[in-house]
Design a protein around this ligand. Sequence first.
Ligand code: SF4
Ligand code: SF4
Length: 445
Amino acid sequence: MKLPTFWGGIHPPQNKVLTADEKIEQYLPKGELVFPMPQNIGAPCAPVVAKGDRVLVGTRLGNNDAFVSAPILSSVSGTVKDVTLRMTTPGTFENCVVVENDGKYEKAPEWQPLPDYENIDPKEYLKRIRDAGIVGFGGATFPTAVKLSPPPDKKIKWLIVNGVECEPYLNCDNRLMLESPDEVVNGLKLVLRLFPEAQGVIAIENNKPEAVKTMEEAVKRLGASGITVQPLAVKYPQGAEKMLIEALTGQEYVVTALPADVGCIILNVRTTQQIYRAIALGEPAVTRVVTVTGDAVAHPKNISVPLGTSVRELVELCGGFKEQPVKILSGGPMMGVSMRSIDVPVVKGTSGILALTAKSAMLKPITACLHCGKCVEACPMGLVPTVLEPLVAARMYKRFEEEGGMNCIECGSCTYVCPAHRPLTQGCRDGKASVMAMRRKAAAK
Ligand code: SF4
Ligand code: SF4
């Protein structure tokens, strides 16, 4: 049977075998934890605690009342040690709340299950989802309560749980589906109460047959009649919103629109599980699963970890580096962000830590474009990366916009296939950031 997919894309080596069978290990750190205030797309939080304050698991550390935002909650009990600038994943310094962990993991009393949650007005879920600090845990970090509040004229027909996890090396979502399938299905069932006319779909790339089977069994066991499990062809970037929507619904999706414009809402696996936990179990979003992997890591693992934990501690939990890495990324090899240091905290968007040796990092010298057209063939957005990169280098941002550069989803496919090793994705990333900065400046005038 031909499985649904999309036009373009690539087939990079999966390299998931390193952690595919590694059960999620729970880790409870002991020392200080660091909570950067910007952790979601939209308005960043500002600290709402001060040095010396006592906090519990679920105490609000940062907040912003803007519509598109999500609070940041403490993942441990202890004392606020400082509110100060600390280094974060991309190497920038951000305002952070630093908590000295008392090791007791005492939960704030307000975190209780929502009473009679299966029968209450589902609109009450939205406040709980926001208060729990839930965002897109796939890496996008868009506040989930906002995503679940589309304008009234948008009729939602598809609620899609994104279990594709097409990034090579990563297994955090795969392991969650294998180990907590009921919580994922129950999370989707709750969200379906908000959109009773929608069809629930759990989309999984077909390189995870065990996850497909496990989720199908959970759907059946829980009598979730409005939910189906849909395997998808194995192709990168199958998990990107546009590709997912087009593969599942057959509709064309313009990336500048919102999924709700074509009747879709897409939720990550962990996000869906966390919705269930926040509503039914009274658990705030203060932990996440991180895949720590790569050929430089002694014992790659999948680890459930309180947010704010130092990445260095996770690497040490994996036995440290068996070989000096030449490249460390937060996320996967295609869309991950280069890390300058591992002395940074795990945040809501940290899906993986990937440490590569020279052998697998494949750092090659950049040469002149060969005009082979491979980047054009690979681009799932139908862009011409070989034109976009020089436009950004020449700071011709208007032309960059005219050529559709703002539609780039930064998937890395063009860079991956380029025989000249041109930094095509980075070019688009820089171009988009410059255009956004110019737009902000113009709006402020
Ligand atoms: S131009 Fe952007 S969307 Fe197209 S392949 Fe490159 S990174 Fe992906
Ligand atoms: S893949 Fe690389 S070498 Fe080939 S056309 Fe694109 S930029 Fe040029």
